[in-house]
Structures are given as structure tokens and as C-alpha cells.
Design a protein around this ligand. Structure first.
Ligand code: NAI
Ligand SMILES: NCC(=O)COP(=O)(O)O
Length: 333
């Protein structure tokens, strides 16, 4: 089976994305293609004292084969980048990198996209509405529903809602959306992680999962009926559990994935458990996309103190998912 062809969008140029990308040269990885500004990458490598050969690549060339050279599909920045200093003028280039990656994946000329961190605020400051890769890629791929899943050190946490102000979360939790999220989770765990009958636990929305309706009724009116329906289809799914109970070792030891209701219900636990080693995976896209578990860490850019493990895992998981999907497609003998 041929090596998965991976694209890596460098992300926000003022952040640690370029630092981590040039540091990849020091790791034994299958050849991949970086998408970003080649001068920015060269400058950051010099700043960090990392000896790396960076060579321009474009889709008319053969897939790179030399793991000692980093191939870069150049997307020039509008203005020279300085580590740690955001510049809205450079935001369009970050999205241009994503755009090119998706086009190449859709044309079947690459197998997976790994994304470096972007700075959501500076993209918005540039006048471009953007709440996250997850929503951007869903829209770009014409998917109305996708699911954010973060996985690290044996814990997998998916989110029923993603980048939403807290005041809007309760209204966004409805039975149809929840059922679709759970079906994406089940399908992703089966197809991409090879778990035939994944054991899923679902959190409640309110403290103590609503305390029998005294602290909110979403559990009774929305979440439990969806879980009951899926149980009746034979799923290994339980809930709604109080989130502070569910995220304890005894409950997690027989759980393959948790569906949390919102970003800061699920991700602080995941990050406390595995920050720096976890991977963000978008389920429900027609393309494979993984990402780091961290943001742009502007204060670390150009210092040499950015940890690379999450990016290495994101690359590894992307390659594993590509292989798993190829196996799924292989007809049985
Ligand atoms: N996948 C993505 O594109 C993501 C982007 N972001 C964006 O990043 C920006 C900054 O977000 P923050 O909340 O400050 O989170 P952050 O992850 O950038 O930083 C949080 C803390 O972790 C440290 N840190 C982060 N990555 C590290 C690494 N690789 N090695 C060592 N230390 C590291 C930082 O120095 C900081 O102390 C925001 O605009 C946010 O939207 C945040 C998460 C994911
Ligand atoms: N906290 C994770 C996160 O916000 C990542 O978002 P996305 O850019 O992958 O959609």
C-alpha cells in the first residue's frame, strides 16, 4: 500500500506553526507537503538555528520522496512576518492555504490535511468571518453537519456544539442535531478507529444532568430521548451523565468516547489529561483532516520552546485514518 500523501497547512505565520513545521525535518516522517510562505519558513528556521532544506513544490510535480527535504507549496504572505506579531494583512494567505489543500484533496491528488494552528481573532480582524477550521471545512466541503473530536492518551471527547457563545449553547442542543452528532461519532469510531461497537457516554448539559428537571430540562426533553432511541437500535450508549461524574476514571475506563455538550465542558478535561499530545479530528467530512490540540502560542513563536508532539501525533493519526479508510474500501476476498 502506498504511503498516504499528507498536506500540512502551516497556519498563522506569526504563531508557532512555522516553528513546528521546520522542526519536522528532524523527525523521521513520510514525505509530506507544507503549504505556506517559504520565506517565512526559511526565516523561522534560521531564527531557531534549525538546518533544513526547504524546496518549492507544486501539484504538477511528483509527490516528494526525499524525507530530508521539506517540500513547500508556496502561498506568499502579503507582508513579511515577524514571530509573535499578528498582522491581519496575512490572514487571507492562511485561508488560501486551506482552500488549496481542499481543492487538491477533492481532486484526489492528496489523501489528508493536517492543519497547523490559526488565529481565529486575526482572521476576523481582517474582515473575514471565521469561527474555526471545523466550520470552515464543513462549509467548504458542503457538509451541514460535522463533529469535532479530540483524542489523546486513551481519552476521546467529541463536542455536540463547537465555537458558540455560551449563551447560545442551550438553544443549539436539539434532538435532531444531537442524533446527527451521535451518528457521526459512531460512524467515525467504526470507520476511522476500527471500533466495531463503540461504547459512548453522553454528558448532560446542566449541573448534575439537570437534577431530575430541577436544574434544567434539556436532559429530560432532548438528550435522554435521543439516547433511548439509539439504545433501541442496539447502540452501546448511555447518559445523560453529569459531566463531573462522567469525567472520572471509573466511568472512563469502559468508555470509547464521550459526547460533551459544549467546547469548555469537554476540552478542559481532555487537555488536562493529554495537552500537547492530543489530536483534533473532524468527523463527517469527505476528506481526512486532523490538527494539533493547541493554538498559535504567539509568545513561544521563534523561541524554540514550542513542543512538537501534538503535531507529530496529528500527522500519525491522519496517516492511520487514510490507511483505515483504504482498508474499509478493499473488497473482501
Ligand atoms: N487548531 C487551531 O487552529 C487552534 C487555534 N487556536 C487559536 O489559538 C489562539 C491562541 O489561543 P490560546 O487560548 O492562547 O491557546 P494556545 O494553545 O495558543 O496557548 C495556551 C497555552 O499553551 C501553551 N502552548 C500552546 N501550544 C504549545 C506548544 N506546542 N508547546 C508548548 N506550549 C504550548 C501556550 O504558550 C499558552 O501558555 C486563539 O486565536 C485560538 O483561537 C486555539 C486552539 C486550536
Ligand atoms: N479548541 C480546539 C479548537 O478550537 C480547534 O478548532 P478548529 O480550528 O479545529 O475548528
Amino acid at each position: 500500500m502506498s504511503q498516504p500523501r499528507l498536506l500540512l497547512n502551516v497556519g498563522e505565520p506569526a504563531g508557532i506553526g512555522p516553528d513546528l513545521c521546520v522542526a519536522l525535518a528532524q523527525h523521521a516522517l513520510p514525505p509530506l507537503v507544507l503549504i505556506g510562505d517559504i520565506d517565512c519558513l526559511r526565516h523561522r528556521a534560521l531564527q531557531l538555528g534549525i538546518p533544513v532544506a526547504l524546496e518549492p513544490w507544486d501539484p504538477d510535480m511528483p509527490w516528494p520522496a526525499d524525507r530530508h527535504v521539506l517540500a513547500v507549496w508556496p502561498v506568499p504572505l502579503a507582508r513579511p512576518c515577524r514571530a509573535g506579531q499578528l498582522d491581519p494583512a496575512n490572514a487571507p494567505a492562511v485561508l488560501e492555504g486551506l482552500e488549496r489543500a481542499v481543492s487538491l484533496l477533492q481532486a484526489g491528488l492528496a489523501d489528508a490535511l493536517v492543519t497547523g494552528p490559526v488565529h481565529k481573532g486575526v482572521i476576523n480582524d481582517a474582515g473575514i468571518p471565521f469561527s474555526g477550521h471545523t466550520e470552515y471545512l464543513a462549509a467548504r466541503c458542503g457538509q451541514s453537519e460535522v463533529l469535532m473530536l479530540l483524542a489523546g492518551r486513551g481519552l476521546r471527547v467529541a463536542l455536540a456544539t463547537t465555537h458558540l457563545p455560551l449563551r447560545d449553547v442551550a438553544a443549539a442542543i436539539n434532538a435532531d442535531a444531537l442524533e446527527r452528532s451521535l451518528r457521526l461519532l459512531q460512524q467515525g469510531l467504526q470507520q476511522d478507529f476500527g471500533l466495531a461497537e463503540p461504547r459512548i457516554r453522553v454528558t448532560g448539559l446542566n449541573p448534575h444532568a439537570g437534577e431530575s428537571g430541577h436544574l434544567g430540562r434539556e436532559e429530560i426533553e432532548v438528550i435522554a430521548p435521543v439516547i433511548n432511541k439509539l439504545q433501541s437500535e442496539g447502540w452501546a450508549i448511555t447518559g445523560p451523565w453529569p459531566a463531573d461524574t462522567l469525567f472520572t476514571p471509573r466511568f472512563l475506563e469502559d468508555t470509547d468516547a464521550v459526547l460533551a455538550m459544549y467546547h469548555d465542558q469537554g476540552l478542559p478535561v481532555l487537555k488536562y489529561h493529554a495537552f500537547g499530545e492530543a489530536v483534533n479530528i473532524t468527523l463527517g467530512l469527505p476528506i481526512v483532516r486532523t490538527s494539533v490540540d493547541h493554538g498559535t502560542a504567539l509568545e513561544l513563536a521563534g523561541t524554540g520552546r514550542a513542543e512538537i508532539h501534538s503535531l507529530l501525533h496529528a500527522i500519525q493519526v491522519a496517516a492511520e485514518i487514510v490507511r483505515q479508510r483504504r482498508l474499509n474500501r478493499t473488497p473482501e476476498a
